[in-house]
Write a protein that binds this ligand. Structure first.
Ligand code: CND
Ligand code: ZN
Ligand code: ZN
Length: 374
C-alpha cells in the first residue's frame, strides 16, 4: 500500500530539551509539501555536532530530531520536485545548494543561504513536518536523520549511485566530505608539504586522508586520546603527538620538530584554545590554518593579531567547501572506484534503537564513527 500523500507513523529519536537524553518515540511525519521530499533513512552516522546540539554548544530548537549524516531512499515527492523521484538513493545535505543565492552563484563559495546554522529548525515555509504526542518537533540542519522517515527540501538532498552501500556512504553526508574537502578545497594542500591535524575523530581522520591524497609528505596527528593514534597512522599520519606528554603549547613542539616549517594546520576539535594553537602552529608567513571544528556558540575568541600580521592565512570551512548537489555524487563515484576507503573511520555499526550507546561510545572516546542502521 502506497504511503504517498499520507502521514507516516514511525520511530524517531526525539530530544525533548537541552541536556535531555535521546528518547525513541513514535512520531508522525507529514507528507512533503511543494519542493520537498520525504526520505526513508537507511543508515545514519553519529557526529560530534549532534552531541553539541544536545548540550547547547550548537544552536537547535527543542524538541528536536537531530542527525545530519545519512543515506536514504526517496519515499515520495512534493509538488514541483523535478530532480528526484521515489526510489532514488540519496544523501540529505546539512549544507544545501539552492542554486540561486549569492553563495550558490559564486564559484568560490559553498555557503548556501538555506543552511540552518542558526538552528531555526523549520523548513522553508516556517513549519515542521514532525509531530510527537500532539506537539510539533523541530528539524535540525535541514536534515533530521535520527528517524525512520524525514522530510527535507529538494535543494537539501542529492541523488547518488544506487549501488553505493548505505552504511558506508552516509559518511559523505558530513565527516568524510568535511575533512577531505578541508584539505583539498579549503587549504589546498600541496605535494611535499607538512600538515598538522588537531583532533582525530571522524572529521580529523578524513582531513588526514585529504592531506595524503594531496601528496603531503609529513602529516602530524595530534590528540589527547592516544587510542586514536593507530587509526591516524592507518589513514596516513606519519607521526602522532599527545599534548598531555608536553608542558609547552603544541605550536612550540611542532616548531622544534619541523624546524618551523608547517604549511597547513587544521583544528577539528571545536575548542577555542586549540583554534589559536593551530593558527600559531603554521609558518608565520606562508602558513594556512583551517578552523573545521564547530566554534562553541555564544563564545568569543581573543588572539594576538601579530599571528596574522606576519602573513598567516586563517580560514574557516563549512562542509569541506563542496558545492553539495554538484560534488557529492562525484565523491561517491570516487569511493565506488576505490579512490578512498572509509572502513578505518567506521568503528561501530549499531541498530537505530541503540542510539544512546552510540553517543556514549563517542563521549568515552571509544569510537570514530558509529553508524546506526534501520
Ligand atoms: P570527535 O569528538 O569524534 O573528535 C574530536 C577529537 O578531538 C577526539 O578524538 C578528542 O579526543 C580530540 N580532542 C579533544 N580535546 C582535545 C585537545 N585539547 N587537544 C587535542 N585533541 C583533542 O569529533 P568529530 O570528528 O565528529 O568532529 C570534530 C569537530 O568538527 C567537531 O567540533 C564537530 O562539531 C566539527 C564539525 C564541523 C563541520 C564543518 O562543516 N566545519 C562538520 N562536521 C563536524
Ligand atoms: Zn543557495
Ligand atoms: Zn557533522
Amino acid at each position: 500500500m502506497s504511503t504517498s500523500g499520507k502521514v507516516i507513523k514511525c520511530k524517531a529519536a526525539v530530544v525533548w530539551g537541552l541536556k535531555q537524553p535521546f528518547s525513541i518515540e513514535e512520531v508522525e511525519v507529514a507528507p512533503p509539501k511543494a519542493y520537498e521530499v520525504r526520505v526513508k533513512i537507511l543508515a545514519t552516522g553519529i557526529c560530534r555536532t549532534d552531541n553539541n546540539a544536545t548540550i547547547g554548544a550548537m544552536p537547535a530548537k527543542f524538541p528536536v530530531i537531530l542527525g545530519h549524516e545519512a543515506t536514504g531512499i526517496i519515499e515520495s515527492i512534493g509538488e514541483g520536485v523535478t530532480t528526484l523521484k521515489p526510489g532514488d538513493k540519496v544523501i540529505p545535505l546539512p549544507v544545501p545548494q539552492c542554486g540561486f543565492c549569492p553563495g550558490c552563484i559564486s564559484p568560490h563559495s559553498n555557503y548556501c543561504e538555506k543552511i540552518d546554522i542558526i538552528g531555526r529548525g523549520v523548513l522553508a515555509d516556517g513549519t515542521s513536518r514532525f509531530t510527537c504526542k500532539g506537539k510539533p518537533v523541530y528539524h535540525f540542519m535541514n536534515t533530521s536523520t535520527f528517524t525512520e522517515y524525514t522530510v527535507v527540501e529538494e535543494c537539501a538532498v542529492v541523488k547518488i549511485d544506487a549501488a553505493a552501500p548505505p552504511e558506508k556512504v552516509c559518511l559523505f553526508g558530513c565527516a568524510f566530505s568535511t575533512g577531505y574537502g578541508a584539505a583539498i578545497n579549503t587549504a589546498k594542500v600541496t605535494p611535499g608539504s607538512t600538515c598538522a591535524v588537531f583532533g582525530l575523530g571522524g572529521v580529523g581522520l578524513s582531513i588526514i586522508i585529504g592531506c595524503k591524497v594531496a601528496g603531503a609528505s609529513r602529516i602530524i596527528a595530534i590528540d589527547i586520546n592516544p587510542r586514536k593514534f593507530e587509526k591516524a597512522k592507518a589513514v596516513g599520519a606519519t607521526e602522532c603527538i599527545n599534548p598531555k606528554d608536553y608542558t609547552k603549547p603544541i605550536s612550540e613542539v611542532l616548531k622544534e620538530k619541523t624546524g618551523n616549517s608547517v604549511e597547513y594546520t587544521f583544528e577539528a576539535i571545536g575548542h577555542l584554545d586549540t583554534m589559536i594553537d593551530a593558527l600559531a602552529s603554521c609558518h608565520k608567513n606562508y602558513g594556512t590554518s583551517v578552523v573545521v571544528g564547530d566554534p562553541p556558540s555564544s563564545t568569543m575568541l581573543t588572539y594576538d593579531p601579530m599571528l596574522l600580521f606576519t602573513g598567516r592565512t586563517w580560514k574557516g570551512c563549512i562542509f569541506g567547501g563542496w558545492k553539495t548537489r554538484n560534488d557529492l555524487p562525484k565523491l561517491v563515484s570516487d569511493f565506488m572506484a576505490k579512490k578512498f576507503d572509509l572502513d578505518q573511520l567506521i568503528t561501530h555499526v549499531l541498530p537505530f534503537n541503540k542510539i544512546k550507546d552510540g553517543f556514549s561510545l563517542l563521549n568515552k572516546g571509544e569510537s570514530i564513527r558509529t553508524v546506526l542502521t534501520f
